[in-house]
Design a protein around this ligand. Structure first.
Ligand code: ADP
Ligand code: MG
Length: 577
C-alpha cells in the first residue's frame, strides 16, 4: 500500500513539467534576487509578467538605459547582482550603457536579454531584431553567457551570479534566445538542475607580510592620509572602517560615493582641506579607491609633485596596483578581511602628530567658515550656493534620505556642500562622470532602501532620463526631484554667432519641468527663492509623494564643465571672417 502510494506520487511528479520561463524565475529566486528592472517587449513580455506573478518585484521602465542604471546601482546598494531584463537588439543595446557603467564602477549586475534564434542569427537570415548579442556584450562586462537548453538554466544563472559578485564585482550578460523560454522538461529534474551559489564572494586575506609592510609604512609616516572610496562603502563593513580610521587617528577624505561612510562631520574628516592633504601628505592609504582621473592619477602639482609620496592600497583586484603610481604596500584582498588584520596589528598605535592633524583641522575650519556665508545667500534668481545651502540643512535633518546627484555645476557644488551622515546615501555619476543615471538611480534607491530619495539634478542631466518620472508616479515612489534649472548646459547664456539657431548649450528658458510631473499625477512646484525651495522639498519628504521642484537658477551662475573644464580641448585657430 505504502509502496503503491510512493510509486503513484513519483509518476504524478514525472508527468509534471516545467519550462524555461519558470526555471529562470526559480533560479533567480534561489539566488536571492528580489527585484527586476525591466522594459517589456518581444520576446520577454510574458517572462516579466510571470516574474511578477511569482512574487518577484518587477519595475517596468520607459527606456532600457534607465532600467539598467537602476539594476547597476541596486547591485552597489545591496551587494547582490542587480538584474535588468530587456528585449532583443535595440533594447539590448540600450541596456549595454548600464552594463558598461556597472563594470566600470565595479558593481554587480546581470543584464538578461531576449534574443533571436541562433539558426537565423548565425546565417544572417534577417530576423526581427536580429543581432549577435553575445559577441557584442562580451567586451563590455566581466563575463557573457548564452543558455540554449532548459536543463542549462541552473548553470547559466549560477555562472552569471558568481561572475558578477566574485573578486572585483562587475556587469555580466546573459543571453536567452526566445525558444529557450518555451522549452519544457520534467519538473523534478528541472528543480534539481538549479544551483544556489555558495559563497560567491569569499573572504580574501592578504599575507601577514603584506600587512606588516603596510603597517610599518603607515607608522613611519609623518603626514599620513586615508582616502575612502566607493569600494569601501560597497564592502558593507562600516563599523570596521570606522574602527580602523579612529584607531589610526589619521585624517581621511572620502571619494564622492564614499561620503557618509563615516559621517561627514567626523573630526578626522578632511574633505574641506582636500587640497592641503593631497599636496602635503607623505603617505596615502587608498581604501577601495582608485588613482584614476578623479584623483588626477595621483600626479601633478595637486599631489605636491615633484615631492613624492608613499602609497598603500587595499583592493580586491591585484591588477589595480601600480596602475598610475607605484604602490609601495599593496594589500590585495577584500576590505573587511584586510582591515580586520590591520586593526589586529595596531595595538599600542601611535596617532599622527598634533602638528599634522592640527594643521588639517585648522584649514578645514577656515574653508568651512569661508563657505558658510555663501550658503546663506538669499539672492533671487537663486545661485547654486543659496539653493544648496537650504538643501544641506534638509539632509542634516533627514540623514536617512538618499541623495541622487548629477549635472556639472550642480554635481560639483552639491558634492562639496551637502554632508552625508550614513553609508551609501550618496549616489551619483560614478567613475565615468556619466550623465543620465538620475531617474534610474532614484527608482532603485527607493525600491531597494524604502527611504525617501531626493535627486539634485542639473536641467540637462535630468533630460537624459526625465521620462521615468512617469515610472516614479506609477509605482508611487517617495522621490523628490529638484531640478537646478539654469536654462542650459553649464549656463543658459550661449548664443549662435550666426543668429540662426539657439546656442548649442541652451534650452527653452525657464522650462516648466514641474508641469511634466503634474501630467502623471505627481506634485509639481516652481521655486524661485531659497524659502520656496526649502518648503517644497521638506513637504515632499514628509508626504512621500512623487514631487518635482523646478528650482529656477540664475542662467549666469554656472561655469563651463563645472570643475573639470580643464578636460576640454581648446582650438587655437582663429577663423578669418
Ligand atoms: P572611487 O570612485 O570612490 O574612488 P572606485 O570605484 O574608483 O572608487 O574604486 C573602487 C575600488 O574598490 C575598485 O578598484 C574595486 O576593485 C575595489 N573594491 C570593490 N569591492 C571591494 C572589496 N569588497 N574589497 C576590496 N576592494 C574592493
Ligand atoms: Mg543647467
Amino acid at each position: 500500500m505504502a509502496e503503491a502510494a510512493v510509486k503513484l506520487g513519483s509518476d504524478a511528479a514525472q508527468a509534471e513539467l516545467t519550462d524555461g520561463f519558470h526555471l529562470i524565475i526559480d533560479a533567480l529566486k534561489l539566488n536571492g534576487i528580489e527585484n527586476i528592472y525591466h522594459v517589456p517587449g518581444i520576446p520577454v513580455t510574458d517572462l516579466g509578467r510571470m516574474m511578477q506573478a511569482e512574487g518577484l518585484r518587477v519595475i517596468s521602465f520607459r527606456h532600457e538605459s534607465n532600467a539598467g542604471n537602476a539594476a547597476a546601482v541596486a547591485g552597489y546598494l545591496t551587494k547582490k547582482p542587480g538584474v535588468c531584463l530587456t528585449v532583443s537588439a535595440p533594447g539590448f543595446l540600450n541596456g549595454l550603457v548600464a552594463l558598461s557603467h556597472a563594470t566600470t564602477n565595479c558593481w554587480p549586475m546581470i543584464l538578461i536579454s531576449g534574443s533571436s534564434e541562433r539558426e537565423i542569427v548565425d546565417l544572417q537570415k534577417g530576423d526581427y531584431e536580429e543581432m549577435d548579442q553575445l559577441a557584442i556584450a562580451k567586451p563590455l562586462g566581466k563575463a557573457a553567457y548564452r543558455i540554449l537548453h532548459a536543463e542549462d538554466i541552473g548553470v547559466g544563472v549560477a555562472r552569471a551570479v558568481r561572475a558578477a559578485l566574485s573578486g572585483r564585482p562587475g556587469g555580466v550578460y546573459l543571453d536567452i534566445p526566445a525558444s529557450l523560454l518555451g522549452q519544457t522538461m520534467d519538473a523534478l529534474q528541472g528543480e534539481k538542475s538549479l544551483i544556489k551559489v555558495v559563497e560567491p564572494a569569499p573572504a580574501q586575506f592578504p599575507s601577514q607580510v603584506a600587512i606588516d609592510r603596510a603597517l610599518n609604512l603607515l607608522k613611519s609616516a609623518k603626514k599620513p592620509l586615508i582616502i575612502l572610496g566607493k569600494g569601501a562603502s560597497y564592502a558593507q563593513c562600516d563599523d570596521l572602517v570606522k574602527e580602523f580610521v579612529e584607531k589610526s587617528g589619521i585624517p581621511y577624505i572620502a571619494m564622492s560615493m564614499a561620503k557618509g561612510l563615516l559621517p561627514d562631520d567626523h573630526p578626522q574628516y578632511a574633505g574641506a582641506a582636500r587640497s592641503l592633504v593631497l599636496k602635503d601628505s607623505d603617505c596615502v592609504m587608498l581604501v577601495g579607491a582608485r588613482l584614476n582621473w578623479l584623483l588626477s592619477h595621483g600626479k601633478g602639482k595637486q599631489w605636491g609633485e615633484p615631492f613624492t609620496k608613499k602609497f598603500i592600497q587595499i583592493d580586491i583586484d591585484p591588477k589595480e596596483m601600480d596602475s598610475n603610481q607605484p604602490i609601495d604596500a599593496p594589500l590585495v584582498g577584500d576590505i573587511e578581511s584586510v582591515l580586520t588584520m590591520m586593526v589586529k596589528g595596531m595595538d599600542g598605535w601611535k596617532k599622527p602628530s598634533e602638528e599634522w592633524t592640527g594643521a588639517v583641522a585648522a584649514k578645514s575650519a577656515e574653508n568651512v567658515e569661508k563657505m558658510s556665508g555663501k550658503l546663506m545667500s538669499n539672492a533671487v534668481p537663486m545661485d547654486f550656493h543659496g539653493a544648496l545651502g537650504r538643501l544641506k540643512r534638509i539632509f542634516a535633518d533627514n540623514p536617512d534620505a538618499v541623495l541622487v546627484n548629477e549635472g556639472a555645476n550642480t554635481l560639483d557644488f552639491a558634492r562639496s556642500i551637502i554632508d552625508m551622515y550614513k553609508p551609501r546615501k550618496r549616489l551619483d555619476v560614478g567613475t565615468w562622470g556619466v550623465m543620465g543615471i538620475g531617474m534610474g538611480t532614484a527608482v532603485a534607491a527607493a525600491v531597494e532602501t524604502g527611504q525617501p530619495v531626493v535627486c539634485i539634478e542639473g536641467d540637462s542631466a535630468f533630460g537624459f532620463s526625465g521620462m521615468e518620472i512617469e515610472t516614479i508616479c506609477r509605482y508611487k515612489l517617495p522621490v523628490c526631484i529638484v531640478i537646478f534649472n539654469n536654462s542650459g548646459i553649464y549656463r543658459g547664456t550661449d548664443t549662435d554667432p550666426t543668429g540662426r539657431d539657439p546656442g548649442t548649450t541652451v534650452f527653452v528658458p525657464e522650462a516648466k519641468y514641474d508641469m511634466m510631473m503634474e501630467a502623471f499625477g505627481g506634485v509639481g512646484v516652481t521655486a524661485r527663492t531659497p524659502d520656496d525651495l526649502e518648503r517644497a522639498v521638506r513637504e515632499a519628504i514628509a508626504s512621500g509623494k512623487p514631487t518635482l521642484v523646478n528650482a529656477i537658477i540664475d542662467p549666469q551662475a554656472g561655469t563651463e564643465s563645472g570643475r573639470i573644464g580643464n578636460l576640454n580641448p581648446q582650438s587655437v585657430v582663429q577663423k578669418k571672417k
